[in-house]
Design a protein around this ligand. Sequence first.
Ligand code: URA
Length: 319
Amino acid sequence: MTPPAPRRGRPGTAGSGQGRGGSGQGRGGRGQGRDDGSRGTGGRPGRARSERGGSGTTKPSQPTKAPQWPSRPTIDVHDPDGVRLQKLLAAAGVGSRRVCEQLIVDGRVEVDGQVVRELGVRINAGQVVHVDGVRVQLDESRVYLAFNKPLGVVTSMNDELGRIDIGDFVANRKERLFHVGRLDADTEGLLILTNDGELAHRLQHPRYGVLKTYLAQIPGPVPRDLGKRLRAGVELDDGPASVDSFRVVDSQPGKALVEVILHEGRKHIVRRLLAEVGHPVLSLVRTHVGPIRLGETKPGKWRALTSAEVGELYKAADL
Ligand code: URA
């Protein structure tokens, strides 16, 4: 079969930047230079108008022709040695081949920041694809697992002291996985395991603000202003720290279950914060990393994230 001619350099077709709403912009306009209103003042339009006005040949009431801007720079996303886009999308779990074709035709699929509307474009799995602005990971060698770390297990893939670690629970997996962040040995709950280095880095780095949610048992009663104090920030040995959100989930005589959400990654951060305000943690579970829920996964078990969950993680990490 002859592949469709790639649309190299042909403005106005798939791969030409005529995208959703005609903007051709991916999230944040990746891969596109601005060529819209940002040139409107102090640029060529103003000069053109004043030049015309200066010549005295155009009456103010006469309609003037809108300036013709050069078409957007075209990024050629077609890789003749690649695989058809709809096939890769379907393989990634976005939907049936037919559904994926419709998504393309509807202009909802971007490759490397470029809306692709034509069927038959071939790409390779290393290219960056978004559907409705959500990243779709096409590279089947990438693995994303939600692991429920049990109490007493060390957050390491290969503990030097020979203690039970995470590596023991994924020993049958061939990929070289690493854990996204750490949980204390006496914390249980959600740990993302992956071989996607860039995503892992961003999920951990406070700069990207990915929220982690914890449930902590603490001695009660909890004073009414505790959330306010924690949100305002408290001083720890290694500098100030604050939470993004705090709420009391359950309160019983002498103890309380509280939810703490923060994007901090410092060691023992939840324990240290709560100890500092007089409520040392009795037990701690991480329930969410960004949009990913621990859900029903039992301690010591893992599940593969769905492609929608991976897309959400990418979004949370601003990728
Ligand atoms: N904060 C802690 O104190 N412990 C953890 O395991 C994770 C966050």
